[in-house]
Design a protein around this ligand. Structure first.
Ligand code: CP
Ligand code: NVA
Length: 305
């Protein structure tokens, strides 16, 4: 059974395949989920992820069911395993946004339905698919010399870096000391053949970059670290001056929600280099491509067994 908990749950070829499916118009989408339910379980707030997934499921002929954070009581009202086994009685796929990545691994280990990660503390792979789709549309995957990420080595960065490694795009991360990636993550990128340079100098990171990306400095679940994070990341704002040091025509990406005046200056996110609304729309197209791919894999497995 295929799950999508991290971008490298796909091979490099499969990533290109999913991006190709994502680039096809919604009107030409296969009825890959005809008659099927998809459970969307959220432990945290969401705007883009919930709406893009719901619409993608509909575009594939399926029926999405949104499940509020407090509704099923993950590991409180009943165990995550019992919740997943129950949801699989009604749904052909289960997608979840959780605090702890290990919870998704437990859900997937039940092997009752494909599990899709809608964001965990470790990864945001659906976001990375949309980021790469946007880069492919604006620049071309094979024409992208470098992707720079300025900010926290968080879930969004990790998934984008893995996606870049799989797509053969060199990446750079500018991050303050103490907030950088673990050696395990760097080893993982290396094992994928990825070239990822880590620096504490934002200007050095963006030189030669065709895309400059960032994310919030304080992720959901880290609110009690907000004051110290604001101080640590103060010099890591993506400003017009920083953008001017990137490659000619470089684009700006942000997964959103954004905090203008913190990780990005308003002149950048609301300026001509910004592609954040195309990127937000691409969440839906990328979700449609991913779900069509997973449904195809499940159907092929069903035929083979
Ligand atoms: N980028 C993203 O995942 O947005 P939401 O948190 O609104 O879903
Ligand atoms: N890194 C952020 C991304 C939100 C879409 C978080 O985890 O809160």
């Amino acid at each position: 059974m295929r799950h999508f908990l991290a971008v490298d749950d796909l091979s490099a070829d499969e990533l290109r395949w999913v991006l190709d499916l994502s680039a096809r118009p919604a009107a030409a989408a296969p009825a890959a989920l005809e008659g099927s339910g998809v459970a969307l379980v959220f432990e945290k707030a969401s705007n883009r992820t919930r709406n893009s997934m719901e619409m993608a499921v509909r575009q594939l002929g399926g029926h999405p069911v949104y499940i509020r954070p407090e509704e099923v009581g993950m590991d409180v009202r009943e165990t995550a395993e019992d919740i997943v086994r129950t949801l699989a009685c009604y749904h052909t796929m289960i997608a979840a946004r959780v605090y702890r990545h290990g919870l998704l691994e437990r859900m997937a280990a039940c092997e009752v339905a494909p599990v899709v990660n809608l964001l965990s503390d470790d990864a945001h792979p659906c976001q990375a698919l949309a980021d790469l789709l946007t880069i492919s549309q604006c620049i071309g995957l094979d024409r992208t010399e470098r992707v720079a990420f300025v900010g926290d080595a968080n879930n969004v960065w990790r998934s984008l870096a893995i996606g870049c490694a799989l797509a053969g795009i060199p990446s750079t991360l500018a991050v303050p000391s103490g907030y950088g990636p673990s050696s395990e993550t760097l080893d993982r990128l290396g094992a994928l053949g990825g070239e990822c340079t880590v620096t504490d100098d934002p200007a050095a990171a963006v030189v030669g970059a065709d895309a400059v990306c960032t994310d919030v400095w304080t992720s959901m679940g880290q609110e009690d670290e907000q004051a110290e994070r604001l101080a640590a990341f103060g010099a890591y704002q993506v400003t017009p001056e920083l953008m001017s040091q990137a490659a000619d025509g470089a684009i700006f990406l942000h997964c959103l929600p954004a905090h203008r005046g913190e990780e990005v200056a308003a002149e950048v996110i609301d300026g001509p280099a910004s592609r954040v609304w195309q990127q937000a729309e691409n969440r839906m197209h990328a979700a449609r491509g991913l779900l069509a791919f997973l449904a195809g894999q499940a159907a092929a497995q069903g035929e083979a067994s």
